[in-house]
Design a protein around this ligand. Structure first.
Ligand code: GLC
Length: 752
């Protein structure tokens, strides 16, 4: 590092005539520094910055001297590695950083990436759950805490937020996103990026964020992960792109491309996506990292004939860094020598990467994220868990409470708690829990035991899965072992109330975890029906990573709580909601289907030329199922009730529309409501959805308290992208809808 500072200082003196104070061009000081370093680098060293390796040897042991890890280790020593992922913990980060900074010719520091998707060691709720809070401030705080904890472990870059919109609960990665709506998804993307990156990326408790997976990954055909994506232009511009554009506008410093092909061209080799749109139209000045091995996978896609061709396609298309394909480090120099890749593209990619490293302060101090004392003090701290608990409570959605079984009485009750998931301390951590300690979540059982003035009896009922599983293994579902049914039924029979925790184990959703069925896995539905035969007072608590088709439960079970996978503080959050110490305020960010056959199902659908219902048969419907979801987007109940009155639309001039509504708490307890505003552009040159979310406000009201909520609609809300990618606003008739769910609203018309 000493070398580079000396050389660097000399260079800045030379460049000094253009020193920033006299320099009036567009280049920032960092740009000048980057240019200076670039001018020192050999072609091999430049290519090295574009190469990212996974943590590749047992860092607690001697460095490898043979095999693949040895090659990577030697590349590290030769300055041919720009970044590493999955190296974590101050001690190990120092080890690899020291090699890069002190043993290579120029000492350029590594950027250390990790999947801090919803927490580092302390897990907050899965992102889909956090999105159900519609609480942007709390979501931002959650990301801020994750960044602080990860940075304390030496990490300075997270591969998050995942901003892929999806309408298909069969796809396992819906757990990782913000659901089906581009407007909500865009605001949540912004909140998460601001939380991770803070207002100063060089601070030691902020990390670079990464908008992923660009683009269209959530539209994988049949909900099967990594599958083909074929979408129309209007969906691309109006549904898929907006959260990514919002990420650029929020200042995200990196992007990650996606595994899928988009309309015939793999995203990693897709120039339209990466150069024309991202770096061109949107003027993104950060860098694009490939997804794991996605450059090499263009061979399997049938788009590249070999590794060298894959490297050529990817770098020409704008993929700046190669995650674990090893093709840039091995093929790019030859491609440049053969004139197939222009060195200016290498320079552009390297400048982007170096710029982010400067912004992170890594050149000032490559060890700024490596403080052993801070690591001990911050990781797993009370501050982290308090934030996780707060986020978890706000993420819970009350789906049903017909007989007011909830909130539970705090004394004198005999409560049967049933379900393997009720004592499961792993599943609430979700599937992106790489740095979390196994079995570290507070279980529902442990949370409920805090309320010790009731008699609480636990029975497992049935295992959801067989044996153990982890991030890289399949989950085997129990479909035969009913040995615990009898005990559970007996416990249920004697109880005043049964709390039944059913759903999915942690690794049934997430990457590579697609499902063709959306019911309760394994024997859980049978258990539910058996329990129902002996006790009707059931509170069903769902622990799941995706919308489930729980049509039977909706018909027969009087109280249903959607509790997702809520992270480290799951059991405490659930218990506090069940006992009414927190009045549930969540709203669904994704529609729940009645039947997997309805999927993809979403609220902002197009009307079609044959909407219904109609008396005759020729309209868009199913013979065997309703069109509507079981629970719609934006739906969620409370222990109180809210009333909407007096929807007013005024001041419709030069495309500015004022909307106001009065909301009152018509119940007996304080509660929070997400007041939602939707519009419909009735006639347009490109058809518009029957409803589009264009505003919401989270409001807390005491019993009988009322408040007037105001919204302003401008071009930004009233316009849309046409099929040429231009954002336009067209005159005509609009409807505006306001309410506490996408399907229950007041409405009014206005002319634009
Ligand atoms: C994965 C994921 C991506 C993740 C990366 C690094 O396969 O698709 O989201 O960030 O690899 O773990």
């Amino acid at each position: 590092m000493k070398k580079i500072i000396l050389v660097f200082t000399v260079l800045l003196i030379i460049v000094g005539c253009n020193s920033p104070k006299n320099y009036s061009g567009k280049l920032s000081v960092i740009d000048l520094k980057v240019d200076s370093i670039l001018s020192l680098m050999t072609l091999e060293e430049k290519i090295g910055q574009m190469n990212q390796y996974n943590g590749f040897w047992d860092l607690t042991g001697p460095a490898p001297n043979e095999g693949d890890a040895a090659n990577k280790y030697n590349h590290l020593k030769q300055g041919l590695v720009g970044s590493m992922l999955n190296v974590r913990g101050v001690e190990d980060v120092i080890k690899v950083q020291k090699i890069a900074v002190e043993e290579t010719r120029l000492g350029i520091p590594l950027i250390i990436g990790f999947d801090v998707v919803h927490g580092y060691e302390t897990q907050s709720p899965i992102p889909l759950a956090e999105s159900a809070s519609w609480d942007l401030e709390t979501i931002k705080k959650s990301a801020e805490m994750a960044a602080k904890e990860a940075a304390a472990a030496g990490i300075n870059w997270t591969f998050a937020p995942m901003v892929d919109i999806s309408r298909d609960a069969r796809w396992g990665r819906v757990m990782e996103g913000a659901g089906e709506d581009a407007y909500l998804g865009s605001l949540i993307a912004k909140a998460r990026i601001e939380g991770f990156q803070g207002d100063d990326l060089s601070k030691s408790n902020t990390i670079a964020a990464c908008a992923k997976h660009f683009a269209g990954y959530g539209f994988a055909e049949s909900g099967r992960d990594y599958n083909t994506v074929d979408v129309g232009t209007s969906t691309l511009y109006n549904t898929i792109f907006p959260p990514f554009k919002a990420s650029v506008d929020a200042g995200v410093r990196t992007f990650m491309n996606s595994f899928n092909e988009l309309n015939g061209i793999p995203a990693t080799g897709n120039k339209f996506l990466q150069r024309d749109i991202l770096k061109g139209k949107w003027n993104f000045d950060g860098f694009m990292v490939s997804d794991w091995g996605s450059i090499m996978e263009m061979i399997a896609h049938g788009h590249a004939k070999d590794k060298k061709h894959a490297a050529e396609l990817a770098v020409n298309a704008g993929s700046d860094m190669d995650m674990e394909s090893y093709v840039y480090v091995n093929e790019l120099k030859t491609l440049i020598d053969e004139g197939k890749v222009n060195v200016t593209l290498i320079d552009d990619a390297v400048k982007r990467i170096l710029k982010v490293k400067f912004e992170l302060g890594l050149f000032d101090n490559p060890y700024r994220y490596c403080d052993l004392e801070r690591e001990k003090e911050i990781i797993g701290s009370k501050e982290m868990h308090d934030a996780a608990l707060d986020m978890a409570k706000k993420s819970i959605v009350l789906l049903k409470n017909d007989n007011d079984l909830l909130p539970l009485k705090k004394t004198g009750q005999k409560i049967a708690l049933i379900g393997a998931l009720a004592s499961d301390k792993n599943s609430p951590l979700g599937s992106w829990r790489i740095a979390a300690k196994d079995n570290s979540a507070v279980s529902v059982l442990e949370g409920m035991q805090q309320y010790n003035e009731n008699e609480l009896v636990y029975a497992k009922g049935t295992d959801v899965s067989i044996g153990t599983h982890n991030f890289a293994s399949e989950v085997k579902i129990n479909t035969t072992d009913k040995s615990e049914f009898k005990k559970a039924i007996s416990v249920a029979r004697k109880a005043d109330v049964v709390v039944l925790v059913l759903g999915e184990v942690g690794f049934q959703s997430g990457e590579a975890r697609s499902r063709t069925e959306l019911g309760l896995p394994g024997l859980q539905q049978e258990l539910l029906e058996e329990i129902y035969k002996v006790n009707k007072n059931i509170v069903l608590v769902l622990n799941n990573g995706r919308p489930l088709a729980i049509t039977w439960a909706d018909k027969y079970i009087s109280s249903i709580v959607e509790a997702w996978q809520l992270g480290s503080q799951s059991g405490n959050a659930i218990a506090q909601v069940l006992y009414g110490d927190y009045n549930p305020s969540g709203k669904l960010p994704m529609s729940f289907p009645r039947n997997v056959g309805q999927v993809p199902i979403y609220y902002n659908y197009k009307n079609t030329g044959r909407p219904g219902p109609k008396k005759e048969v020729f309209w868009s419907h199913y013979q065997d199922e309703k069109n509507s979801p079981l629970y719609p987007f934006g739906y969620g109940l409370s222990y109180t009730t809210f009333k909407y009155d007096n929807l007013q639309v005024s001041n419709v001039n030069n495309n500015k529309v004022n909307v106001s509504v009065q909301i009152s708490n018509s119940g007996d307890v304080k509660g929070k409501e997400v007041v939602q505003l939707y519009i419909r552009d009735e006639v347009a040159s490109v058809t518009r959805p029957v409803k589009e979310l264009k505003g919401f406000e989270l409001v807390e009201l005491k019993p009988k308290e009322a408040k007037t909520i105001e919204f302003v609609l401008t071009d930004k809300e009233l316009g849309f992208y046409n099929n040429e990618g231009a954002f336009i606003v067209e005159p005509g008739t609009f409807k505006v809808f306001v309410g506490g769910s996408s399907d229950k609203t007041l409405d009014a018309d206005f002319e634009l």
